[in-house]
Write a protein of this length. Structure first.
Length: 586
């Protein structure tokens, strides 16, 4: 190889790795985080876990990404170590799909059908379709499909460029001597391990080997140990990912390494003993890209068959290798451990985690507000302390979740995911403020209790009506948020306007009673404080509902929505408005 061939090789390798990365990102976005959610929930049996690992990895085309996700799951307490072993084995087979796609470069023939199957024939078509979809499509799904097609085309073009640049190696005596050295199983395994550890992708390193095989100078006896080493090298990614994790996450990474190393050891011993006895004739033939795909797949299948019955042994070996640290025991199931930075590589899944936490935060705020309203009629110090503790908990939710959402926003997001990040950031503030108002209402309840303040029968009736309306508007807003139900969200604004009118009417009635001597100024201050907090709670509920509706319309014009709501949905709005007006009348 001359200097310019080396430059071409570097360019081809760069395109190959970029194409693989682009295709992987497109596949992850297209999956929308659903596959990762399935991994976290449907692993009740080994067979099911194995199948899920295979399917998820075959779709996102990265066993490293799958195992890193597993490290995150275990670190967050979502999964146990034993559940991950079968998934890892399934992922090992799922990642071989890429090598089969790359083996298409070895197709040869003169017929039109054969020629059209060659990547050099169909990848330009895929690239053209991909770039059109990426630039012109409006939906996220079509853009993601375009990215996948474009990434695959770049990947295949890079591989063919690498193959062409290395064609001169077939006449190089020094390179031939080096290949003979790699026929030694230990040297071959070591070189494959190092190469894959450097680029952190077994699919990419196998692809590079397939490109080299296109020159027709790689003996099967050299390819086999290199492929075995490549399978070990891919474990570097989960190992690096687990460094900052807890003991259980380190165990997952180590289990991944054990599975690969034990698999390589078992398959190597059996294969080379059989080769010593029977002397396989294919060992001296030259490997093609197709042969390498076959070897890569067969190794992972045989390795899984051998190791699957020994999952319990591997788990015990891993536990013995990494001991639990005492101070971690209390933190393993932390609520916020699910906000793991490992999940940022799959933004859709990370967003789903945030949505669950926001829903939990909303439930706490709702419970606190309802409890504070109950204290207005019967004060209880124990309930009061619970509300204060809940407020601190909600503040922690806001801080942790908001910070994590900002990290998600720094990733490459689809339009849909970007809108959802904005939605959650908007909503979190309103949910937290509702919790703040529960503290304000608690203080009013405490003042009523300590000063033995007694409202008139008419005032108590009015407070009961508006408090029931506040309870309902809060329930509607939280239900709409948790279930992402836009039909429920549409009911919030009509009720919010009813609460506003109730507030002004109650204040007007209070002034009337004050003039007639039926009430005092001190009572008026307490009543006004309660009513203002009720109104603000309803406003925050309206903000949540309107945010859900406007994000769905790809807009953040909250005030414009409120101004136009009567015109754009007159019949529906007034239907709900009249219903609530009759329900909450004074």
């Amino acid at each position: 190889m001359d200097f310019f061939s080396i430059l071409t090789l570097i360019g081809g390798l760069s395109l190959f790795l970029y194409g693989m990365d682009a295709m992987g990102d497109g596949l992850k976005k297209l999956s929308g985080g659903k596959l990762e959610s399935i991994l976290g929930n449907l692993t009740s049996t080994r067979l099911k876990a194995f199948f899920l690992g295979f399917v998820v990895t075959a779709i996102i085309q990265s066993s490293s990404a799958t195992t890193v996700m597993l490290v995150g799951f275990v670190n967050a307490g979502i999964m146990k170590l034993g559940q991950t072993l079968s998934i890892i084995m399934g992922a090992n087979i799922g990642t071989t799909v890429t090598s089969w796609l790359l083996s298409l470069t070895g197709i040869s023939g003169d017929s039109f059908f054969i020629r059209i199957l060659k990547p050099s024939s169909f990848t330009p078509i895929l690239a053209a379709i991909g770039i059109i979809m990426t630039m012109a499509a409006r939906s996220d799904k079509k853009k993601d499909i375009g990215s996948i097609l474009l990434g695959f085309a770049i990947l295949m073009f890079g591989m063919e460029t690498m193959s062409d640049s290395m064609s001169g190696l077939k006449n190089s005596p020094s390179f031939a001597k080096m290949l003979i050295m790699f026929q030694n199983p230990i040297m071959g395994i070591l070189s494959g391990t190092i190469l894959t550890a450097i680029i952190q992708s077994s699919s990419a390193s196998v692809g590079i080997l397939q490109a080299l095989a296109q020159t027709g100078i790689i003996p099967v006896s050299t390819a086999i140990p290199i492929i075995l080493g490549q399978n070990i090298g891919t474990t570097i990614t989960p190992i690096l990912s687990s460094i900052s994790g807890n003991t259980d996450s380190k165990r997952v990474a180590l289990a991944c390494l054990y599975i690969k190393m034990l698999g390589v050891f078992a398959v190597s011993v059996v294969f080379y003993i059989l080769n010593w006895i029977f002397v396989f004739p294919f060992m001296n033939t030259f490997a093609s890209a197709f042969d390498i795909a076959v070897i890569h797949t067969l190794f992972n299948i045989f390795s899984t068959i051998i190791l699957m019955p020994f999952c319990n042994f591997i788990e015990k070996l891993t536990v013995l290798s990494v001991r639990h640290k005492e101070h971690e025991e209390a933190n393993d199931n932390s609520t916020f451990s699910a906000l793991d930075e490992r999940f940022l590589s799959v933004p859709s899944f990370a967003l789903e985690t945030c949505r669950r936490l926001v829903s939990a935060m909303a439930a706490i705020s709702k419970k606190s507000l309802v409890s504070s309203i109950d204290l207005l009629t019967e004060f209880d110090e124990t309930v009061s302390e619970q509300i204060i503790a809940s407020e601190d908990e909600v503040d922690l939710y806001e801080d942790k979740t908001s910070s994590y959402l900002l990290k998600i926003s720094e990733q490459t997001l689809s339009v849909k995911d970007s809108r959802e990040v904005s939605q959650l950031l908007h909503v979190i503030g309103d949910v937290e403020r509702i919790s703040d108002h529960s503290i304000n209402i608690l203080r009013a309840a405490r003042e009523i209790s300590e000063k033995n303040i007694t409202f008139s029968d008419e005032a108590r009736h009015e407070l009961k009506v508006i408090s029931n309306a506040v309870r309902e508007v809060l329930s509607l807003a939280i239900e709409a948020l948790v279930n992402e139900d836009l039909n429920v969200a549409k009911k919030v604004e009509p009720l919010e306007q009813i609460i506003d009118k109730l507030k002004y009417k109650i204040k007007k009635n209070h002034i009337k009673r004050l003039r007639e001597g039926e009430c005092t100024i001190e009572l008026g201050f307490v009543l006004s404080d309660i009513l203002n907090n009720f109104e603000r709670v309803a406003d925050h509920c309206s903000n949540i509902a309107v945010c859900l509706l406007e994000i769905d319309n790809n807009s953040f014009e909250t005030h414009e929505y409120l101004n136009n709501v009567k015109e754009t949905g007159a019949n529906e709005f007034f239907e709900f408005y009249d219903m609530y007006k009759q329900r909450y009348t004074l």
